[in-house]
Design a protein around this ligand. Structure first.
Ligand code: ACO
Length: 333
């Protein structure tokens, strides 16, 4: 019989992929009334990458996954579970199975998980439950989004913020448990602050039955409220996760927040008393890539040699739902 209590988890490899096409702030001024100065000073974003066909969520996520598998030193055939955190699948029935097919992960069960910009953190905790209970040993977690498909390119309040990308990690059963603490939250009463809603117009299919046939409409956001929510709730949820981990904030080596806005990152770091040199940020280059932003920033920092085995990382995702969450983990086995 399996001894469930011995099933810890470790994040053993990462990968990431961004589309080839750049859109910088200067080019955006040709689309909407804005300026590089406004965007940089309010958000810290200088440019973003946009996925254009034949690039898709499947191609980006597959590229990121191959790198993560290589870094972890496992084969696609060894994966038990593929979790894809996304709000922008190539197919609304789910995108994870397409990635499974591309990778040749014949043994894996694959499904999508949607929690907007919190998707990666929610996915990390979900993966951990499967491993801790002894059900699976090798999980591939991908965070990927193509929000450029869903932005109103005439709306300067939102179109300057988002970009596309994917990041992936391999999470494996491990003797010691490297997920030290976590906390997840949702508040649907604030759902109306950030939406990508379905709207239909009524189509009569029988004399008594009218079906709403329509489409999803571009992102709408109350930026001020989302900002207020983030700077208040993110420090709280990181504190909660640190408490669960029995760690004080000075034990954190790196802070990797969802890369939505440099001002949010700075404000959260300041509230938690985390010095600048421990804060990882790449929002300037990619904008807000939603579920991809944390694994993208993590992977870059690992490849740059910043993050080393055993470093303690505090991460937090936040966004539509509203959803938010934090996890404290140690890098590597
Ligand atoms: N260029 C120039 N002017 C602009 C732009 C722009 N791109 N966008 C808005 N403005 C104008 C507004 O119209 C407004 O003008 P007015 O005073 O004449 O009405 C002025 O700039 C100030 O606008 P605010 O919305 O008050 O600007 P604010 O300082 O709040 O910054 C921002 C806006 C950057 C969106 C900020 O509120 C923010 O970052 N919020 C958080 C957003 C976020 O992170 N969302 C993602 C969540 S993750 C997810 O789940 C997808």
């Amino acid at each position: 019989m399996q001894n469930f209590l011995n099933n810890g988890i470790a994040i053993t490899g990462s990968g990431s992929a961004v589309p080839a096409t750049s859109l910088d702030n200067q080019l955006l001024t040709e689309l909407v009334e804005t300026s590089d100065e406004w965007i940089t000073s309010r958000t810290g974003i200088s440019q973003r990458q946009l996925a254009l066909p034949p690039e898709s969520l499947t191609t980006l996520a597959t590229d990121a996954s191959k790198q993560a598998l290589a870094a972890a030193g496992i084969k696609a055939e060894d994966i038990d579970l593929i979790l894809l955190a996304t709000s922008t699948p190539d197919d609304l029935f789910g995108n994870a199975c397409r990635i499974q097919a591309e990778l040749g992960a014949i043994k894996a069960v694959a499904f999508d998980l949607t929690a907007a910009c919190s998707g990666f953190v929610f996915g990390l905790v979900t993966a951990a439950q499967y491993i801790r209970t002894g059900v699976y040993q090798n999980v591939l977690l991908i965070g990927g989004d193509i929000l450029s498909r869903w932005v109103d390119w005439q709306d300067r309040r939102t179109c300057v913020l988002f970009g596309d990308g994917a990041g992936a990690v391999v999470i494996q059963a491990n003797e010691s448990d490297r997920l030290l603490g976590f906390s997840l939250k949702s508040d649907g009463t604030q759902n109306h602050y950030l939406n990508l809603n379905y709207e239909g117009t009524t189509k009569q299919i029988t004399p008594n039955i009218n079906v709403p046939i329509g489409a999803y409409h571009p992102i709408t956001m109350n930026g001020k409220e989302v900002y207020r929510f983030a700077v208040q709730k993110v420090p709280e949820v990181i504190d909660k996760a640190l408490f669960e981990a029995h760690l004080s904030v000075d034990k954190i080596d790196w802070l990797i927040l969802h890369q939505a806005n440099q001002r949010i990152i700075n404000s959260v770091a300041e509230r938690l008393n985390i010095p600048d040199h421990k804060v990882i940020s790449n929002v300037a280059h990619y904008g807000n890539t939603s579920a991809a932003s944390i694994p993208l920033a993590l992977d870059e920092a690992v490849r740059q040699g910043k993050i080393k085995p055993n470093d303690i990382i505090a991460t937090s995702g936040f966004g539509a739902g509203l959803t938010w969450g934090a996890a404290i983990f140690q890098w590597g086995r």
